[in-house]
Ligand binder design. Structure first.
Ligand SMILES: [Zn+2]
Length: 548
């Protein structure tokens, strides 16, 4: 901010009637519109929760109209981070499940189950996971009887650590209508309450949908986790109607803190004849778009590729829709006024959705901000097609560090030039939005910022970074995680940067992110999270503070 000082004084005098808060003695850092770093020392926040001034040299300004002051004690302050793509209630459900990861014996699994059952008497189906019999002295699979001995009266289903088997107790099998005589489906096995691979569905299909109260609890838990890692806004992907109703209940009750830009599951939006909404509940919630899918995932070789998989030469993956079908789906949603966010992982799927968006841009104009979710494996020739059609690349930097070895195995070394190509996306003039796809990855944005600047995981692998030409500067990575993600959600007029007129959504962290190495950056801890100028979470209390 290099406005003349006289203008600052005038602005403050004009606001003297209202109650402004000065947040001073801070090491403020944010991304500028062009992806550089801006440093500032103080913020003035109005009683409407919006930033009035960002001050690089507060000592030179005559501060009139200030009614309270917060001493930042020299700590580093960043804008609240915005996760462009996350699954909000799933994060809460996952955290509320019984976690038996690391159990050293069957007895320990049973003890954790006993404790969980006692602590959650109202949970009708106990679900959880993380067991690995290879870690146990007995090395045998758990059985229904092992679970019945602890919980005989409620269904219990616990997933193996790899997701490829579940163990169910007798109550769960009874509820699912499974008996000793039930044959295992093709590609599955059943023994003593253990259901392997395709047999898992026999039990899982019987698990009742979450009740509204359970969705509310998941949302509350999710917000607690998100605020604790400095996330103040989320592109809420694949939002179900049940999710949407829970978001609205929280909004009406004043407990919705994290700002949600909701992308409704396309089928449910159509079924309920939903339309986009404006901002609701003090700009906490908005139905902005729908979510479509063009292909599957790389891990299961479901990503749709232009050429065969190197490690499965008979397959190019899964094409979900014909060109005409995908265009019709997208056109239907666009005609209803929705933004469109389409999952595309493989290079064929990305080329297909780009073609669809190019046609829609001609019909509806460029500023519909068509989104591609993941944009992982892309033909380098297709990347320059984004900017002219106003297409946003919504990417997850920790997918790159998690998936790089798998990507090499699936594609070989010669087809990675457009893989997780963040810097190339920026160079072609397209907008890059970052996120995590939580709970697929941790919602913590800092390992993502670290990967963004290093192309290395939190162990520093691989040395020098994976395809290091795609590294970003810290300013560019921070931009993607704040301004870029806000723009991708049509929210850049409210959030994504600390500027006059935008919300004072910010975090205080435990280190100067501009002065540390990538691994230390990834380990940054959030001390306080503020939304609309109110502290809503602090490490000291560990729980959300009512900010409204
Ligand atoms: Zn997702």
């Amino acid at each position: 901010m290099h406005k003349p000082l006289i203008a600052l004084v005038a602005a403050l005098s004009a606001s003297a009637a209202s109650a402004d808060t000065l947040i001073n003695n801070i090491n403020g850092i944010q991304a500028t519109a062009d992806g550089k770093l801006q440093h500032f020392k103080a913020l003035v926040v109005g009683d409407d929760g919006k930033v009035r001034l960002v001050l690089e040299h507060p000592e030179t300004v005559r501060l009139a109209g200030i009614t309270s002051t917060v001493d930042g004690r020299g700590r580093t302050l960043l804008p609240g981070l915005i996760d462009g793509h996350g699954h909000v209630t799933d994060l809460g459900f996952y955290a509320l499940r019984l976690n038996v990861t690391g159990s050293a014996s069957l007895a320990e699994l049973q003890q954790r189950l006993r404790d969980y059952a006692a602590a959650h008497p109202d949970v009708k189906w106990i679900q959880g996971g993380g067991w690995n019999q290879e870690l146990w002295p007995e090395k045998r699979f758990p059985t229904a009887a092992d679970l019945d001995a602890i919980v005989p009266d409620r269904p219990v289903v616990l997933e193996r650590v790899d997701g490829h088997a579940i163990v169910a107790n007798s109550a769960a099998m009874k509820a699912a209508g499974v008996t000793a005589a039930t044959p295992a489906p093709r590609g599955g096995e059943i023994h003593d309450g253990v259901f392997v691979d395709n047999a898992e569905g026999l039990i899982n299909r019987a698990i009742p949908a979450a009740t509204p109260a359970e969705v509310d609890r998941a949302l509350a838990k999710s917000q607690e986790i998100l605020l604790g890692v400095g996330v103040t806004g989320v592109g809420s992907m694949s939002t179900s109607l049940a999710d949407w109703q829970a978001f609205n209940r929280a909004g009406a009750a004043g407990t919705l803190q994290v700002r949600l830009m909701a992308y409704i599951t396309a089928a449910q939006a159509a079924e309920a004849n939903m339309k986009p909404t404006g901002w609701l509940y003090g700009d906490r919630l908005r139905a902005v778009g729908v979510k479509l899918f063009a292909d599957g995932a790389l891990g299961s070789r479901g990503a749709w590729l232009k050429n065969p998989y190197v490690d499965k030469p008979e397959s190019r993956g899964l094409q979900f829709h014909s060109d005409a079908e995908l265009l019709a789906q997208a056109d239907h949603a666009a005609a209803a006024g929705f933004q469109i966010a389409t999952h595309a992982i493989g290079d064929a799927a990305n080329a297909q959705i780009i073609s669809v968006y190019e046609q829609l841009s001609k019909r509806y104009g460029r500023d519909r901000r068509w989104r591609i979710e993941h944009f992982q494996i892309v033909d380098p020739a297709d990347i320059p097609r984004l900017a002219p059609a106003g297409i946003i690349a919504s990417m997850q930097p920790t997918h790159q560090t998690s998936d790089r070895l798998m990507a090499e195995a699936r594609l070989g070394p010669n087809r990675l030039a457009g893989a997780y190509a963040w810097q190339t996306v920026l160079k072609t003039g397209a907008t890059l939005a970052f996120g995590t796809d939580f709970p697929v990855e941790s919602p913590n944005p800092f390992p993502g910022l670290s990967a963004g600047i290093s192309r290395q995981d939190m162990k520093g692998q691989p040395p020098g970074g994976w395809i290091p030409s795609e590294r970003l500067s810290l300013g560019e990575a921070l931009h993607a995680y704040t301004r870029g993600a806000a723009y991708a959600g049509f929210a850049e007029d409210k959030i994504g940067s600390l500027e006059p007129g935008k919300y004072a959504d910010f975090i205080l962290v435990d280190r100067d992110v501009t002065a540390v190495d990538p691994i230390s950056l990834g380990k940054t801890e959030v001390l306080e999270t503020w939304i609309a100028g109110k502290k809503v979470w602090s490490m000291a209390s560990g729980v959300p503070e009512r900010g409204q």
